[in-house]
Design a protein around this ligand. Structure first.
Ligand SMILES: Cc1ncc(COP(=O)(O)O)c(C=O)c1O
Length: 385
């Protein structure tokens, strides 16, 4: 290439899965039966009413034009009802919700909206890689905060005090936590809000897993008194509604925050396909039985995933929530990278190494539950054989 890329591109690495899944595809193309337990890509269908709504709407002549930057009123109303029913949080559909093309893009929009070069961002030392990558892309300085197993994978607020500077602008938080599966608690959210209030930091909570294998009523950070002054919450239909490929999510916050994000976002994309928003409305009305049956399937896969970890002599915490199982490697395994590569090349089983979520994940692996249980058992058989 004779044109040099920007510094930010040179300083950013391609997303791990983007590289690794190309390797998986190559093995598949060579005829190998690869079992992919790496990525959190739901294999189950959205509800029937969702697909039907998409098909019906797509047939309408008015479906195909540009749509409002702020999403359709029907989609925003459906999100507001869902928030109230699920979390008991009242949102004004006109001013406190902004639909997103998946919550991942929201991380970029929020960072572009609030961060100047040199601002500091508190990022969990183990977490979704985009928080760190995007902060760096916009020229901010990443300040990692520790998440320790012995502390329930939650921030230690005394340690946090020492990490704040006059330039700290954003803190990323995500509970139920990916990749460790640590649950959300009201106490944790209250402490986070108090911390953000004290230091005038924008608390960005990423909440895609609250409905997946949750052991108690799902929680929104916005349910904590005072949260709206300092917090913004991302949510997504990828995992909770089996709609990862549809790219449907939203950000919820007080009006000034939403208006600010819209200033940036409206210069980036031009709304979402109307038929998809209609389908999202239908999906948000899935009843509790639908959510229960999705969770029952994941629950049924957990035995196989635990047998997989057990076959590798890993240890794990059985209180995990979300659609993964996070396991600690035994001392006998030299490195996660070596294990992941040998499982892929010798057993044709792909799992995620913990270090892709931060260097502190080096002695861990993450299994996804997005595979039929028979396939996970087949993977167990292969690694035992
Ligand atoms: C913690 C976390 N946040 C955000 C996302 C992105 O979700 P979406 O599909 O809504 O972009 C993921 C996806 O794996 C995730 O694990």
């Amino acid at each position: 290439m004779i044109i040099e890329t920007a510094l930010r591109t040179r300083q950013t690495s391609e997303y791990y899965f983007s590289v690794k899944l190309a390797e998986v595809r190559k093995l598949l193309a060579e005829g190998h039966d690869v079992i992919n337990l790496g990525i959190g890509n739901p294999d189950m269908m959205p509800s029937e009413q969702t697909i039907q709504a998409l098909a019906n709407a797509a047939l309408k002549p008015q479906a195909h034009g540009y749509q409002p930057y702020v999403g359709t009123p029907a989609y925003r109303n459906a999100i507001a009802s869902f928030y109230y029913q699920t979390y008991g949080v009242k949102l004004d559909p006109l001013t406190e919700i902004l639909p997103l093309i998946g919550s991942k893009e929201g991380i970029t929009h929020i960072s572009l909206t609030f961060l100047d070069p040199g601002d500091e961002v508190l990022v969990p030392e183990l977490g979704y890689p985009a928080y760190r990558a995007v902060s760096q892309m916009v020229g901010a300085v990443v300040q990692e905060y520790p998440l320790r197993e012995e502390h329930g994978w939650q921030p230690d607020w005394e340690v946090m005090e020492g990490l704040v500077s006059a330039r700290t602008k954003i803190m990323w938080l995500n509970y139920p936590h990916m990749p460790t599966g640590a649950p959300a608690t009201i106490a944790l959210f209250e402490q986070a809000v108090a911390f953000a209030q004290k230091h005038k930091i924008l608390l960005c909570h990423d909440n895609p897993y609250s409905l997946v294998l949750n052991k108690k009523k799902p929680i929104s950070l916005l349910s904590v008194p005072g949260a709206r002054e300092v917090a913004i919450e991302l949510n997504s239909m990828s995992k909770s509604h089996n709609m990862a490929g549809w790219r449907l999510g939203w950000v919820a916050a007080a009006k000034p925050y939403i208006d600010a994000v819209l200033t940036i976002k409206s210069n980036v994309d031009s709304g979402m396909f109307w038929a998809m928003q209609e389908a999202a409305v239908a999906a948000l009305q899935n009843d509790q039985a639908w959510h229960d049956s999705r969770n029952a399937v994941y629950q049924g896969r957990l035995d196989a995933a635990e047998a997989f970890l057990s076959a590798l002599n890993c240890t794990w915490d059985s209180r995990q929530e979300g659609m993964f199982l996070w396991g600690k490697l035994p001392d006998s395994v030299e490195s996660a990278e070596q294990l992941v590569n040998s499982l892929l090349l010798e057993k044709y089983v792909f799992i995620a190494p913990g270090f892709i979520f931060g260097p502190k994940g080096q002695r861990y692996i993450r299994l996804s539950l997005c595979m039929p249980k028979e396939r996970i058992w087949e993977a167990v058989k292969r690694i035992k054989g």
